[in-house]
Design a binder for this molecule. Structure first.
Ligand code: 4AD
Ligand code: MG
Length: 478
């Protein structure tokens, strides 16, 4: 058996000494030909391995470079130096994988996030990204735990579909047809009958519609999977491939939906705070350092404080109409500080407006509900006023929209009318309409953008830094 080793996290947290152990990991630094700082990814802390002068030959010592992979066995002793309670006095050191320090891109110094994005295949080995991805892991686990504890059924919805769940037309095509023009028929149209599925297909933009089918059988379900959007948005909040969590609940109205979403967000933040305190502390300090260069007024609340604040306070809930009134009367609007000025009811909110409400006006997460029906998707339930739908978005400080959801239109006639007026292909979605034909019911759901949630908890400003290998316009490396 090869894998006999102790995780460095375990050794450092237990602080026990007086026994022999083996560790394996990657060298961070090697000082004075004697002191190895070794990391194995279980924690950002390194264990110090002491290679006593004269005990190891020069050939071996020369190979203990930053980045090299080694196995060390030795006695765990109380540390003489400061900074650590214990260290390992090496008896044997084996080089498992050499690393030429001259060409290894990760030097023991601070690298910019932009540079690290270019070497995303190696950035897991930096403290910042190790922390981010351990937090990402915890949040994923907490999501499943939250729903599992509440008896929600986890449903896998398809990645390849023939429908556009959001009706926004931002889809990546899936095809095996040749791209040399030979797939175009005499009428000038692409002959999808010859395509793999015998019809036009795309990568899913949302699992919601299939989720609704499951919810109208199980009651409460959720999905958690990859989602794809071909929107040409080069922002710090958009990815072409992102992960979304979509719970869908029978017998929930809009208010039930908001209550669940708020409870859910607080639960997963609290789980990460309890289980990743070291990583979040590290990221909080990192952010403080980064923000030092900004004028005081532009600095955000320290990460740890922000997360605790979110846990301890209710989210503000306001209608779209109230939001428009606040924005219209704001100093930003009057002094023309918004790029898009708010003059009339009915306009879509831009991220500058969302951020004003959250960061300047309320200074906490805000849920906006009852949006004008003309700016929202076809499946949202039309309110009695005839001009708004039972939609809700949750806006988070520093991020903007983190959740989008709604009560669904359960009345077949109203839904059909709306689909027709919005040019949604009714025939293609006949299977979806069956839920309304056969035992329809009040139901609701929402989608949480997972990467935006990870951004919120880690304080990372660019969404490209919270997913291991980001996909965005003109970029699909690794
Ligand atoms: O608001 P959206 O488009 O809603 C839906 O897809 C619904 N079907 C959800 C539902 O009701 N079941 O997307 C939901 C969330 C957004 O609030 C945002 O957090 C995230 O998904 N999101 C993105 N995240 C990263 N990159 C993108 N391009 C995103 N587009 C949406
Ligand atoms: Mg949305």
């Amino acid at each position: 058996m090869y894998n006999i080793k102790t995780p460095i996290k375990k050794l450092l947290s237990e602080e026990k000494s007086g026994f022999t152990t083996t560790v394996m990991g990657w060298v961070k630094t090697f000082r004075n030909n004697q002191f190895i700082a070794l990391n194995d990814g279980s924690t950002n802390e390194n264990i110090q391995i002491v290679a006593e002068l004269g005990s190891f030959n020069d050939d071996l010592l020369k190979k203990i470079n930053t980045g090299a992979c080694i196995k060390a066995t030795g006695h765990v002793i109380p540390s003489q130096g400061k900074g650590q309670a214990i260290e390992i006095k090496a008896e044997t050191i084996e080089i498992l994988g050499e690393c030429d320090a001259e060409v290894f891109p990760l030097q023991p110094k601070k690298h910019s996030l932009e540079f690290l994005r270019e070497i995303a295949h190696l950035r897991f080995r930096t403290k910042t990204f190790a922390s981010v991805f351990r937090v990402r892991n915890s949040l994923s686990f907490a999501i499943h735990k939250f729903f599992n504890e509440r008896d929600f059924i986890y449903v896998h919805t398809p990645i390849i579909t023939a429908s556009d769940a959001e009706g926004a037309g931002e889809m990546f095509k899936v095809t095996t047809l040749p791209l040399d023009g030979s797939a175009v028929g005499d009428d000038g149209n692409i002959n999808y009958k010859d395509d793999f599925f015998g019809r036009s297909t795309n990568l899913t933009v949302s699992g919601q519609l299939e989720g609704e089918l499951a919810a109208t059988a199980f009651g409460n379900i959720y999905t958690f999977g990859p989602t794809f959007r071909a929107e040409n948005s080069n922002t710090t909040r958009h990815l072409a491939e992102f992960w979304m969590i979509e719970p869908e609940m029978a017998f929930y109205d809009l208010e039930d939906n908001m209550n669940l979403a708020e409870e859910f967000i607080k639960y997963i933040i609290s789980y990460a705070l309890q289980n990743n305190a070291d990583d979040i502390n590290f990221l909080s300090e990192r952010l403080k350092e980064e923000e030092k260069s900004k004028p005081e007024a532009d600095r955000s609340m320290p990460l740890l404080e922000k997360l605790k604040f979110v846990l301890e306070n209710n989210f503000e809930r306001i209608s779209y109409t109230e939001a428009i009134e606040i924005l219209k009367n704001s100093n930003y609007n009057k002094k023309k500080k918004f790029n898009y000025l708010i003059n009339e009811w009915g306009v879509d909110l831009q991220s500058e407006h969302e951020r004003y409400l959250v960061e300047k006006h309320f200074k906490k997460p805000v849920i906006i509900y009852n949006y004008p029906k003309d700016i929202k998707s076809f499946y949202m339930r039309v309110n009695d006023d005839g001009k708004t739908v039972a939609a809700m978005d949750i806006l988070a400080p520093g991020i903007g929209e983190i959740v989008g959801g709604s009560q669904r239109e359960e009345r077949l006639d109203v839904l059909l009318e709306r689909m027709n007026s919005m040019n949604i292909p009714v025939k293609e979605l006949d299977w979806y309409l069956d839920t309304r034909r056969f035992g329809t019911c009040v139901h609701s759901g929402f989608g949480l953008g997972f990467e935006r949630m990870v951004q919120f908890v880690t304080g990372m400003t660019n969404i490209r830094d919270v997913i291991p290998f980001p996909r965005y316009p003109k970029s699909a490396s690794f």
